[in-house]
Design a protein. Structure first.
Length: 186
């Protein structure tokens, strides 16, 4: 998949996994995208001030901090920028928050470059139209429901693990262990 004008497309990749970032950067460069990589939110902010980006791929979790704070500065520099949130810890709460803040799409890892580009280039309206009807969707497992609820409460507490644990009536260490695990698919 290529963009019609990809040779002029500056892409910001914010990813703290150096190996994954190298693979994605190389694959996108082969597709004629100009990729600037930042491993942290601070280095991304510097790049945002220096370069006008057409696209941004943001890893949601950057070593304990979130990349959601980068959406507003990206949109201020270019209101037409397409922003994709990429995460290994997908949840409905974080997806909703990302879209509310201005991200165009949200994709769970693992994902290859074609999936990333498809999610980055496809508009929200098209994604919504292709979504399955609620009757066709399988119900979530208890483990997935627990993960979603934890993420929702964590979002409400602005990432504060201690406050989230208190609200969930759970020991803080237990909550931390649950958060370190990858979410179940369904």
């Amino acid at each position: 998949m290529t963009n019609l004008d990809s040779s002029a497309s500056n892409t910001l990749l914010v990813e703290d996994d150096e190996v994954f970032a190298r693979v994605v950067s190389r694959a996108m460069s082969l597709r004629e995208y100009s990729v600037s990589h930042a491993a942290s939110a601070d280095s991304a902010r510097q790049l945002i001030d220096e370069i006008a980006f057409d696209y941004a791929i943001l890893d949601l979790n950057l070593g304990g901090e979130t990349s959601l704070s980068l959406i507003q500065p990206l949109k201020q520099h270019n209101p037409d920028i397409r922003i994709l949130i990429l995460t290994g810890y997908a949840s409905i709460a974080t997806a909703v928050e990302a879209i509310k803040l201005g991200a165009d799409n949200y994709l769970a890892k693992p994902a290859d470059t074609d999936e990333i580009l498809a999610a980055l280039l496809v508009g929200n309206a098209e994604s919504v139209r292709e979504a399955p009807e609620p009757a066709q969707m399988e119900p979530m497992s208890v483990r997935r429901l627990e993960w979603e609820h934890i993420q929702k409460v964590l979002q409400e507490n602005e990432g504060n693990i201690s406050a989230t644990a208190r609200q969930l009536k759970m020991h803080r260490r237990t909550l931390q262990r649950k958060l370190q695990k990858r979410p179940v698919a369904k």
